[in-house]
Design a binder for this molecule. Structure first.
Ligand code: PAZ
Length: 302
């Protein structure tokens, strides 16, 4: 199925109009400012219409949520399109550990432990500054179909050279059309289910040629086999003609990425053990590299 038929045959989520209106208002309130759309986390593929089970993937949302913080530091306004319950900017630092950083003073007040203040304060300050200045909009999705609609709607609102599309979400290549799903919970006493997965159409062509051809567009490519990473990344650049592919391998993604541009140059970003010990995150280096590239692209579009 091509991407046009996909949108023709899969209706938008029920809350789509209100979400896209919020995105539109956000975009309009930041006209002529550098803006990044970050997609983050993995899509789910339900196997029942009343969904009890779904096919998921490994992505935690670290890449997207950490990058969002560095883009804010770099002066970008951020739209964070993320899988519900995956990591979010700022909050990611405290997942599961927030309660241990607080203490009860008396029955009317609690406070941050003195020993945690130096860590918590700068993160809270940046979070509040970004929120109060309306510099970040978070938009959750869960299913593949929600993601597809929200991606299209957001890209179409961001078709300018001020926009950077940073497509780091892990989007399923396979799905079950709702018309072919069981309505109710699949029963084990009916025997092993025969589930036919269909291919999800590649929408990157539409992103780069139809929805946001004026934006600077970065797609990510994840592989598990080092031998095909470069070739697949270059293949995507040839096919979709966008500006940059960031390639990474499942087990080394937090310490090594390859940035591959249309000129064929491959830049390696590699963290050493020392960097990691010192708390350096690879997203910090990715974002400063990408910002410089977007700046040059922006100047060249005048
Ligand atoms: O979310 P995370 O930090 O656990 O992983 C990031 C990533 C590997 C999903 C991202 O860097 C990426 O490669 N996204 C594209 C995946 C794909 O090829 O579909």
């Amino acid at each position: 199925m091509d991407w046009e038929s996909f949108y023709d045959t899969h209706p938008s989520p029920s809350n789509y109009e209100s979400i896209i209106t919020a995105v539109e208002n956000f975009v309009c309130s930041h006209e002529n400012e550098k803006m990044v759309l970050i997609t983050s986390g993995g899509t789910t593929v339900p196997i029942e219409q009343n969904t009890v089970r779904f096919v998921d993937n490994f992505s935690l949302g670290t890449r997207g949520s950490a990058s969002a913080e560095y883009f804010l530091d770099a002066g970008y306004v951020v739209i964070f399109l993320y899988r519900s319950n995956s990591l979010e900017p700022f909050v990611r630092h405290f997942n599961n550990s927030l309660l241990d950083k607080l203490e009860i003073v008396d029955d009317k007040s609690i406070q941050v432990k003195q020993s945690e203040l130096d860590t918590l304060y700068p993160i809270l300050k940046k979070y509040k500054d970004a929120k109060n200045a309306n510099r970040i909009l978070t938009v959750p999705f869960t299913t593949l179909i929600e993601y597809m609609w929200l991606l299209r709607g957001s890209c179409m609102l961001m078709d300018t050279k001020y926009s950077l599309l940073y497509l780091a979400a892990a989007v399923s290549d396979f799905y079950i059309p709702p018309s072919e799903m069981a309505e109710h919970k699949v029963q084990s006493n009916d025997g092993p289910p025969m589930i036919a997965l269909r291919l999800v159409p590649k929408v990157l062509y539409a992103v780069t040629h139809i929805w946001a051809p004026n934006a600077y567009i970065i797609s990510f490519k994840l592989e598990t086999d080092y031998g095909i990473l470069e070739q697949k990344s270059k293949g995507a650049l040839i096919k979709y003609k966008h500006q940059l592919v960031i390639g990474n391998l499942l087990h080394t993604r937090k310490r090594n990425v390859k940035l591959i541009g249309q000129d064929g140059v491959i830049e390696d970003i590699l963290l050493t053990d020392e960097d990691i010990k010192n708390g350096i995150e690879i997203e910090d280096l990715i974002v400063s590299n990408v910002k410089a590239k977007h700046d040059r692209f922006f100047e060249s579009q005048k």
